[in-house]
Design a binder for this molecule. Structure first.
Ligand code: PEP
Length: 258
C-alpha cells in the first residue's frame, strides 16, 4: 500500500504576519524547482492570525506544492464561544488540514478525548482533514502503558466516525517526552507504536481503510533523523515543530522524505 508522505510544520505560537510570510515564501522558493509528484505533501500550520497571509502566499504561487493547516479549531459552527475559531472560518483561507489533540492542547488547555472526538467529527463533516495527535508521557512509557494509552486515545478520537471516513484522517504519533526536548524516539520503536495504531484502526474501520491512513511521527524530528524515520515500514511522514521554523531545516526534512 503506497501512501503519499506528509511533512507538516507546526509553527505553534511563533511568527507574526511578516515572519510567517517570509517563512512560507522561503519554503516555496526552495521547493519550486522540485517535481511536484516527487515531493511529499508539504503542510504548514501557522497561528490563526497568519492564516490569511500564508494562504495568499501559497495561492499566489499557484504551484500547489504547499497546503495550509490550522493548529486548532472549535467544533461548534458559531455562537458565544469567546476566543474560539470555527472550522468554517478556517475554511475561508483554503486550509486543507486542522491539527487537533496536540499534547500542548491536551495538557495546557485541558482538552479531553471527548472534545477531540467532537472536533474530529466536525472537521470531517466540513470536508477538511483532521491531523489527530496522540502520544504518551514519559511516566506512562515507564509504567509500560504506552500501547494501551495510545489505543484508547485513537478509539475515543474516532468514536462515531464512519469506517470510510477513517481512511482519510491523518494521525500523528508524538511521544510527549520527545516534543521540543531534542530527544527523538528510536525509529524502530516509533514504527512499532505506529503499527499498533494501524492495528487499532483496523479494529475500528477494517484493514482496507486502516491501510490508507497516513500516520506521522512527531517529536524532535530533525534533518539528521528524517531519512531513518522515513525508511520505516509504517511511518508516513513527520509533524515537525522547532525544525519547521527555519527554511533550511524544514526544506532539508522535506527532501529527506523524498
Ligand atoms: C510538535 O510540536 O508537534 C513537535 C513535534 O515539536 P518538535 O518537533 O519541536 O519536537
Amino acid at each position: 500500500m503506497s501512501r503519499r508522505p506528509i511533512i507538516a510544520g507546526n509553527w505553534k505560537m511563533h511568527n507574526n504576519r511578516k515572519a510567517s510570510a517570509e517563512l512560507v515564501c522561503g519554503i516555496k522558493e526552495a521547493i519550486e524547482g522540485i517535481d511536484k509528484d516527487a515531493l511529499p505533501e508539504v503542510v504548514v500550520a501557522p497561528v490563526f492570525t497568519s492564516l490569511d497571509v500564508v494562504s495568499q502566499n501559497i495561492c499566489n504561487c499557484g504551484c500547489g506544492r504547499i497546503q495550509l493547516a490550522a493548529q486548532n479549531c472549535y467544533f461548534e459552527e458559531k455562537g458565544a464561544f469567546t476566543g474560539e475559531v470555527s472550522i468554517d472560518m478556517i475554511k475561508d483561507f483554503d486550509a486543507k488540514f486542522i491539527i487537533i489533540g496536540h499534547s500542548e492542547r491536551r495538557q495546557i488547555f485541558g482538552e479531553s478525548d471527548e472534545m477531540i472526538n467532537k472536533k474530529a467529527k466536525a472537521i470531517i463533516a466540513s470536508g477538511l482533514t483532521p491531523i489527530i495527535c496522540c502520544g504518551e508521557t514519559l511516566e506512562q512509557r515507564e509504567l509500560g502503558v504506552t500501547d494501551s494509552h495510545i489505543a484508547s486515545q485513537i478509539v475515543k478520537a474516532l468514536e462515531g466516525v464512519a469506517p470510510a471516513d477513517v481512511a482519510n484522517v491523518v494521525i500523528a504519533y508524538e511521544p510527549i517526552w520527545a516534543i521540543g526536548t531534542g530527544k527523538t524516539c528510536d525509529s524502530a520503536e516509533a514504527n512499532r507504536v505506529i503499527k499498533g495504531i494501524r492495528t487499532t484502526l483496523s479494529q475500528i474501520a477494517g484493514k482496507e481503510n486502516a491501510d490508507k491512513v497516513r500516520i506521522l511521527y512527531g517529536g524532535s524530528v530533525k534533518p539528521e533523523t528524517i531519512k531513518e524515520q522515513m525508511a520505516q515500514s509504517d511511518i508516513d511522514g513527520a509533524l515537525v515543530g522547532g525544525a519547521s521554523l527555519k527554511v533550511d531545516s524544514f526544506v532539508e526534512i522535506i527532501k529527506g522524505a523524498m
